[in-house]
Design a protein around this ligand. Structure first.
Ligand SMILES: [Ca+2]
Ligand SMILES: [Ca+2]
Ligand SMILES: [Ca+2]
Length: 460
C-alpha cells in the first residue's frame, strides 16, 4: 500500500467462488397460440365448473376457439387463446367481466445465465446474497451502454479483458520523475508502473507497481460474457483512463485538472475531451480538510452533469479528515467485507454516503500484510510486472479503492437508463435504495450497502 504523505494524494488500494444462483427473466410468450391465466371470483360458475370455464374461453376468443387447458393448483383457469386471436383483446374481454378477479399472461421465464467469464464464480461482490451488491438483476435493465466512466488513477496497462472497453484518456502527471514515462503531461495514459525504491518517495519503503487504475477499471467495465476473466459491473460502458498517480502518488493540482477535463471542462494546454465522462471514479485521497482546489473542480464537474464517486480511505478513521472524500457534492464510499461488516481498514463517519464491497484479502490481525484470504478480496484485471508491464493477470485487492468503482459502475448503469439524471438525483437514489449492512458498522457507513438491482429499478 502507498502510505499517505503530506501534500501528496495517494491511491487507496491496499496492495495486495461459487456459482451464481440463476434469477428469472420474464419474457412474453410468443408463438402461434398463447396462454393466459384467468382467476375467477368466488361464486362465479367458472370458478368451479370446468364446463363453464371452457364455454367462457370460447366466448371470449374472437373465433370461438379458446380452450380451457387445465386448472392450476391455485384454482385459476389456464386458457389457450385461439390462433389468430388478439391476446390483448381476449385479456381485455376477461378483464371487463365482473366474474373475473384477474387475468394475466402465462409468462415464460428462463434462468438468466450467469456470465460465462471464467473467474465470475469468484466475484462474490457482484452476486453473493450475503453481502454482494445484487448486480445481475440490474443487467436485465441496462449494461451501461453509451456512458463513459473516467478512472482518475495510475493509468491503464494493456489487458485483453479491457482492451475493447477503453476510450482515449490523458496523462495529467506534470512531474516527469513521478510519471516514469519520461515526460510531463501527454496524451498517452498508459501505466508504465508506479514502483519506487526505498526512500525514493519521501520516507516510504519500497513498493512494487500496483496497476491500481487497471484493477479499478476492471471492476467498472471489464469485458463480460467473453468467456474469460472477470465480469464488469457496467460492461456496456467505456472506461476513460486519466493518469494522475505516479510512483510517489499524485498532486492535487494535477488531479483537479483531471476532474475538470474528464467531465468536459477546459484545461489550458490540453485538447478537449471528445468523450466526456458522466461518472468519475476517484480511488485516491490524502489526509486533509477538503481543499478548495478539489471542491472547485468537483463543483465544476457536477455543474456539467458528472457524478463524482470517491473512496473514503483506508485508515479506519473518520472520513471527515480525508480529502477529496470529505468534500461536498461527491458520493463518498466506505468498504464492506464478504460477511457484510465494515471492512477493518475502511474509513467511516457522517460524511459516508453509501457502502460497497471492498473485500478483505487478509485479516486485521495479520500484521505481515500477507494475503491469507484471497477469496475474500475483490478480483479484477491486473498485470504481473513488479516494476514495468509484464504478463496480464487477475488478482484480488482490498480497499475503499475497490469499493468506489462498484458504485461508479452502478452510477453508469443508472445514467445509461436515464441520461438526464442529475448528480444530486443519482446520489439520492443510491442512498434510498441501499439495504442495511448484514454485519456491523461502527462509526457510520452511510445508508447501507448499495443494491444495484433495486437502484436501477428505481430509475424511471
Ligand atoms: Ca507523461
Ligand atoms: Ca504518458
Ligand atoms: Ca471478462
Amino acid at each position: 500500500m502507498l502510505a499517505a504523505a503530506v501534500g501528496a494524494a495517494v491511491s487507496m488500494g491496499v496492495s495486495v467462488a461459487v456459482v451464481a444462483a440463476p434469477t428469472a427473466a420474464a419474457q412474453p410468450q410468443s408463438g402461434p397460440s398463447a396462454r393466459i391465466i384467468v382467476g375467477y371470483r368466488a361464486g362465479a360458475a367458472a370458478a368451479v365448473s370446468d364446463t363453464a370455464a371452457a364455454q367462457d374461453a370460447g366466448r371470449k376468443s374472437s373465433r370461438a376457439q379458446g380452450k380451457l387447458l387445465r386448472r392450476l393448483s391455485t384454482g385459476a383457469a389456464l386458457v389457450e387463446v385461439a390462433d389468430g386471436s388478439s391476446v390483448a383483446s381476449v385479456m381485455a374481454a376477461y378483464r371487463s367481466d365482473p366474474a373475473v378477479a384477474y387475468v394475466e399472461p402465462d409468462l415464460v421465464v428462463q434462468p438468466l445465465a450467469a456470465p460465462n467469464d471464467t473467474e465470475y464464480g469468484k466475484q462474490w461482490d457482484l452476486y453473493e446474497p450475503t453481502a454482494g451488491m445484487n448486480v445481475p438483476g440490474a443487467w436485465d435493465q441496462t449494461t451501461g451502454t453509451g456512458v463513459t466512466v473516467a478512472v482518475i488513477d495510475t493509468g491503464y496497462v494493456a489487458h485483453s479483458d479491457l482492451a475493447g472497453q477503453v476510450v482515449a484518456g490523458y496523462d495529467f502527471i506534470s512531474d516527469a520523475s513521478n510519471a516514469k514515462d519520461g515526460n510531463g503531461r501527454d496524451a498517452d495514459p498508459s501505466d508504465p508502473g508506479d514502483s519506487a525504491g526505498y526512500f525514493e518517495c519521501f520516507l516510504q519503503p519500497s513498493h512494487s507497481s500496483s496497476w491500481h487504475g487497471t484493477h479499478v477499471a476492471g471492476t467498472i467495465a471489464a469485458a463480460t460474457n467473453n468467456g474469460k476473466g472477470v465480469a464488469g459491473i457496467a460492461f456496456g460502458a467505456k472506461v476513460q483512463p486519466v493518469r494522475v498517480l505516479g510512483r510517489c502518488g499524485g498532486a492535487t493540482s494535477d488531479i483537479a485538472d483531471a476532474i475538470t477535463w474528464a467531465s468536459g471542462g477546459t484545461v489550458s494546454g490540453v485538447p478537449a475531451n471528445r468523450t466526456p465522462a458522466k461518472v468519475i471514479n476517484l480511488s485516491l485521497g490524502g489526509q486533509s480538510s477538503c481543499l478548495a482546489t478539489y471542491q472547485n473542480a468537483i463543483n465544476g464537474a457536477v455543474s456539467r452533469g458528472t457524478t463524482v464517486v470517491v473512496a473514503a480511505g483506508n485508515s479506519n478513521a473518520d472520513v471527515s479528515g480525508f480529502t477529496p472524500a470529505n468534500c461536498n457534492n461527491v458520493v463518498a464510499v466506505a468498504a464492506s467485507n464478504r460477511a457484510g461488516n465494515r471492512a477493518f481498514y475502511s474509513n467511516f463517519g457522517a460524511k459516508i454516503d453509501v457502502t460497497a464491497p471492498g473485500g478483505e484479502t487478509r485479516r486485521e490481525t495479520d500484521a505481515s500484510g500477507t494475503t491469507t484470504t484471497p477469496e475474500n478480496g475483490i478480483l479484477s484485471t491486473l498485470n504481473s510486472g513488479a516494476t514495468t508491464p509484464a504478463a496480464e493477470t487477475y488478482k484480488p485487492y482490498m480497499g475503499t479503492s475497490m469499493a468506489a468503482p462498484h458504485v461508479a459502475g452502478l452510477v453508469a448503469l443508472m445514467v445509461a437508463k436515464k441520461p438526464a439524471l442529475t448528480p444530486a438525483t443519482v446520489e439520492s437514489l443510491l442512498k434510498a435504495n441501499t439495504r442495511p449492512l448484514p454485519g456491523t458498522c461502527t462509526g457510520g457507513c452511510g445508508t447501507g450497502l448499495v443494491d444495484a438491482t433495486k437502484t436501477v429499478q428505481a430509475v424511471s
